[in-house]
Structures are given as C-alpha cells and as structure tokens.
Design a protein around this ligand. Structure first.
Ligand SMILES: Cc1ncc(COP(=O)(O)O)c(C=O)c1O
Length: 384
C-alpha cells in the first residue's frame, strides 16, 4: 500500500510553503535517463537545487540512480560531499576556493592556462591528482577557453603535473535544433578528436542542458558521454521542447488567507492605490508577498486558486501580503483557507511558465526567487 508521507503538520502551520513532489522528481529523472541512454545524467543542483532545497532533492535523485552532481561553486559542492558521488564545479574558481576544492576531490573546470596552472600547483602542494575538464566557450560568451584556442591550450595543460585531464565541456546560450547549436556541439567534438589524434584522450564530453535534452538530439548521443540536467528535473518549463519527454512540474506554491472582508465600492487596494473597487467586493488578503517570491508584476494581473477557482490579484502586491477578489466564490471562505499560487489542475492551473510570462523573465528566475521564508515541504508516496 502506498504511504502518504507528506509532513501535514508542517503545511498546516505554514503561512506559505513550497510543496516539492519527490516522486515526480524521481520519475522526471528516469525519463531524462531513458531519453539519453547510454549517456549519463549529471543532475545540476546549483543555487539550492534552483530553490527547491538541495539535500532532499539530491538524496532522492541518488536513490533514483543519479551518477553525480554539478554545482556552480565550492560551497554548493561541499554541501553535497557527504553523498560520496562525483561532484563537478561548473563555474570558474576564485583563488580563495582553490585549496578546499582540490582537497575535497571535486571535478574542476579549466577555463584558461592560468586556471590550469593554479589547480596543478595546488594539487602538487597537496600531493593529490585533480580531475579537470576543459571548459570551452563555443558561443556562450561567459567563461572558458575560446574554441579556436582550445587545442593549443590543452596541449600545454596536459603537460602540467597532478592533473587528470579527462573531460571537455561547453554550454549552449540558446539550445535549439539549429545551426548555432549544431556548430557548438561540433566544435567540442572537433577539439576532442584533434586532441585524440595527438594522443590526448578526453573520455568525458558534455554540452547538453535541459533544453538540449529536449531539442538537440545531436548533443545527447555518442561521442558525447553525459548530459547536465537542471530545470528539466523540476518539470520541463521551457518553451519549444516542453512536454517532449513527458515531464511534470514537481512544485506547488501555497499560502493561506489571513482576512476576508466585504469592501465598499470606491475603496482602493494596496500601496499607491493602483486598484479602486468599482462595486462592493468580497476580498481576501493572503499571507504571501514579494519577499516570498511572488512577482510584483502579478499586481492587478495575476491569479491565485482558491477552492479550485481562479481569483484575480488586485492592487499592488506588498512584501508580505497579496489581496485577491473572491467575487465568484459563493462558499463561506474563512481565514486559514488554502490558496494556491502555483499549481492546480486543468483550466484552474497556474504554472511557473505563466509567472515567467507575466514577469517578463524565464522560469529559472521565478524558481530561484522563491524566498527563504517559504517552508519547503517534501512529498513522497513511495520508496524510490
Ligand atoms: C554550465 C551549465 N550547465 C548546465 C546547466 C543546467 O541548465 P538547465 O537548467 O537548463 O538544464 C547550467 C545552468 O545554468 C549551466 O550553467
């Protein structure tokens, strides 16, 4: 029999909470693995697993068979070390991070000759060998060795002591089934092939992120050996490839009504009086605001769901509160009533993508903006 393990008491005593469905997370992970096999899937868990809470997410992914993790920086890597799996720091290191990064055996990126020299020197000092992957800037314009310089830099770097130069990777600025992405993938493989012809074998080759997993088949097959899946683990929120893999959103964001009132016609709602009620109106004030990650741009534009019904947000969202109209609801709504900000079903459904559109941003920023005051509650109905 399936066991409902949600910590009900925590939800019941929360003003605002993010429900993270770990079963759906594991299912998403397995679907991604199936889509790219035999390539490995490295789970990208930077920024606290995009705001969902890194430790429970990592634990569940490991149980579902994750081969390792990617993070942005040293502190994130240290948090995950206890799981004993390979951890790759994707970004560039700062000098003060070097000694710890080497000491803990993390996989590091070579972004230029200098970065390689520093990692090598530190590895010699500590008497260890550090696994490094060449980070190629094939078009992202952010970090790494420019593709045209890569072979020459790698030739020199492999001569440095105490480096295990076994990987090469790059990143898409806009993964798509188009010429730019194809050229980027070819550039990485071309560099690897040229080096191999000189006897420098880079056995790990990776470029695909979530969008590429959906859209760029050429980046999810050999000679690539692994993919880096981030936002797709949380449900595929991205435009064109969305739903290709049958992924589902793992999150719901919920809060509670604090007060219900009948407000007279002519009364205004919230800071700067951006909403004036044209008629007598039943309104509810909900215990969540922009400090919790509710985008200010939802003011007078967004909706929440109460008892399965979409209720419009009125007035300007404030730091701790959001006011909504209850006019369609005939039921007796009392303080404490649950309010869905993200989630729901069918026509009464609000997605991270909807918020991203209203905010004029992308889903990544919406997820990463969910504030520290929001309780993360993990739901699971089965083992792994
Ligand atoms: C280098 C690198 N690889 C992979 C990812 C994962 O991207 P996504 O969440 O689109 O899968 C990121 C995220 O920004 C990244 O910076």
């Amino acid at each position: 029999m399936k066991k409902e393990c949600m910590e009900k008491s925590t939800a019941e005593t929360s003003r605002i909470w993010l429900e993270v469905d770990l079963d759906i997370l594991a299912e998403n992970f397995k679907r991604i693995c199936n889509a790219v096999k035999p390539l490995k899937v490295m789970a990208v868990l930077k920024a606290n697993a995009y705001g969902l809470g890194v430790m429970p997410v990592a634990e569940r992914l490991l149980a579902a068979g994750a081969d390792g993790f990617c993070v942005a920086e040293l502190r994130e890597a240290l948090q995950l070390k206890e799981f004993g799996k390979p951890i790759q720091i994707l970004g560039g290191l700062l000098d003060f991070e070097l000694a710890e990064a080497v000491k803990n055996g993390f996989i590091l990126g070579i972004t230029d000759w200098q970065s390689a020299k520093k990692i090598s020197d530190e590895s010699v000092r500590q008497g260890v060998t550090t696994e490094v992957h060449f980070k190629i800037d094939s078009g992202m314009g952010r970090l790494g060795i420019l593709a045209e310089n890569a072979v020459a830099v790698a030739r020199d770097v492999v001569k440095l002591p105490n480096l295990n130069c076994c990987g090469i990777y790059s990143h898409f600025p806009a993964a798509a089934n188009d010429e730019l992405s194809t050229t980027q993938a070819s550039a990485v493989l071309g560099i690897a092939a040229e080096l191999e012809a000189e006897g420098i074998y880079l056995e790990k080759r990776h470029i695909a992120n979530s969008d590429a997993i959906n859209l760029c088949r050429f980046a999810t097959v050999a000679p690539f050996t692994q993919v880096r899946a981030g936002i797709n683990l949380h449900g595929s929120f991205n435009a064109d490839g969305e739903r290709e893999l049958g992924l589902e959103s793992v999150i719901s964001l919920k809060s509670r009504i604090v007060q219900v009132r009948e407000m007279p016609a002519g009364h205004t709602i919230g800071y700067n009086r951006t909403c004036r009620l044209p008629v007598n109106t039943k309104v509810a004030t909900v215990a969540a605001g922009y400090a919790d990650g509710i985008p200010l741009n939802l003011s007078n534009r967004g909706y929440v769901i109460i008892r399965g019904q979409l209720c419009p947000i009125i007035g300007r969202i404030s730091m701790d509160y959001t006011t909504v109209r209850l006019d369609g609801l005939t039921e007796d709504i009392q303080p404490g009533e649950e309010v869905i900000f993200i989630g729901g079903n069918g026509s009464s459904r609000i997605t991270v993508g909807d918020w991203a559109n209203l905010k004029g941003t992308h889903p990544y920023e919406v997820l990463c903006s969910i504030g520290p005051r929001v309780n993360r509650i993990y739901i699971t109905r089965k083992g792994t």
